[in-house]
Design a protein around this ligand. Sequence first.
Ligand code: HEC
Length: 111
Amino acid sequence: MKSRNLVLAALFSVSVLGSAAFAQQKDGDGKKIFEANKCTMCHSLKAEKIEATGKSKAPDLSTVGAKQKPEWIEKFLKKNEKLEGKQHPMAFKGTDAELKTLASWLASHKK
Ligand code: HEC
């Protein structure tokens, strides 16, 4: 009986700690996701001291939040939304959770 309780306690703490870690996946991670998905090949985000590494004419995203809502950015990055009649050149390849974090992080950049 005792060892069973220990197992239950262990399972419980794993799930509690696990969800705490998940809840902590906040805006700081948006930057990591942005960099990990090579958005920086085309976009700079000067407000975060990020320079574009390629020669694309893609816009700087430092003030994108003044223009776009997180929901719009999520759809746009899945190619379910257009900007001036055009789809985004690449579809986001990460998970939905990453996309959410990334979109709300981007939308927090307003000036
Ligand atoms: C191959 C180059 C390229 C890559 C890589 C790229 N983008 Fe873009 N992105 C563009 C271009 C070009 C536009 C502008 C499209 C237009 O004006 O029609 C754009 C537009 C955007 C916009 C809308 C900006 C606005 O002014 O409304 C957002 C948001 C955006 N990109 C986010 C991202 C994110 C996040 C990533 C990484 C997951 C990414 N982009 C990767 C080229 C790129």
